[in-house]
Design a protein around this ligand. Structure first.
Ligand SMILES: Nc1ncnc2c1ncn2[C@@H]1O[C@H](COP(=O)(O)OP(=O)(O)OP(=O)(O)O)[C@@H](O)[C@H]1O
Ligand SMILES: [Mg+2]
Length: 259
């Protein structure tokens, strides 16, 4: 079910501003791909272009090609809503729906697709997704309580449960651990490791150790100068990236000699 993604000559715009330029890469199925790079270089922008979330911003558009297992993502026949179901997203700040219980939060995406669902089916999806997100044991006795009542790390795992409940093919994660303590971070990293047997995972992180720990491939994005578009400097297996990178700028960034 997991899919590979091919990106060819992708430029990404906000109105007249070209935020990202000329990206070419292949994101492997059933692997973890990490994006690193300084603030403002376009990591989040690029991530959102992979499930057509970018274009919801007025004036925002892309040029170039993204194909998911050979199918063109930006083809006019493709329904962006369906794309966002198949390619799920977890945001930097956990964003559970504030008025919903833990149970209903997990099902929020499924409810969009099927308003009515037998209780037994719903229960099964909730338990499976919460187990998948490593949260079940902590919440199984309070599923009817508000999702907002959970700790930050639990909320982030709740959002991961919500994302996997619809059984996406790809999971995009934008700095999913940036608001979390080391224990919650370790839980999410374990989870990413488990999820990659079923999903294609793309993660943006500012934490170099995290990229090195969780990912198979890493892309380093950078900016030539403020106001210039971000671009992909290097894309390589993570081991290569962190030991013998091709580009001296990658080396400077990952060793902290940068700026
Ligand atoms: N909604 C928007 N409208 C206009 N410009 C935007 C918008 N969102 C981002 N940008 C611009 O696009 C560029 C890339 O931003 P982006 O958020 O993708 O960077 P990033 O690499 O994710 O940074 P960070 O590490 O701080 O999250 C920046 O110059 C930013 O100001
Ligand atoms: Mg970002």
């Amino acid at each position: 079910m997991a899919k590979s993604i091919d990106i060819t000559d992708l430029d990404i715009y906000y109105g007249d501003f070209k935020a990202v330029e000329g990206v070419n890469m292949t994101i492997k199925a059933k692997a973890v791909t990490a994006f690193i790079g300084p603030s403002g270089c376009g990591k989040s922008t690029f991530l959102r272009s992979l499930n057509r979330m970018h274009e919801v911003i007025p004036g925002a558009r892309v040029e170039g090609k993204v194909t998911v297992d050979g199918q063109s993502l930006y083809d006019s026949a493709i329904d962006p809503v369906e794309v966002r179901r198949r390619i799920g997203m977890v945001f930097q700040r956990p964003n559970p729906f504030p008025t919903m219980s833990i149970y209903e939060n997990v099902l929020a995406g499924n409810r969009l697709n099927a308003k009515r669902m037998p209780k037994a089916t719903a229960d099964t999806i909730v338990e499976k997704s919460l187990r998948g997100a490593n949260l079940w044991n902590e919440v199984k006795d309070r599923l009817g309580k508000p999702g907002m009542g959970l700790s930050g790390g639990q909320q982030q795992r709740l959002c991961i449960a919500r994302a996997i409940a619809v059984e996406p093919e790809v999971l995009l994660m934008d700095e999913p651990c940036s608001a979390l303590d080391p224990i919650s971070t370790a839980a999410i990293e374990d989870l990413i490791h488990e999820l990659k047997s079923d999903y294609t995972i793309v993660i943006v992180t500012h934490n170099m150790q995290q990229a090195a720990r969780v990912s198979d491939d890493t892309g380093f994005f950078n900016l030539k100068a403020a106001g210039q578009p971000g671009h992909l400097v290097e894309f390589n297996p993570t081991k290569t990236m962190f030991t013998t990178p091709d580009n001296p700028d990658t080396e400077a960034y990952i060793s902290g000699r940068f700026g």
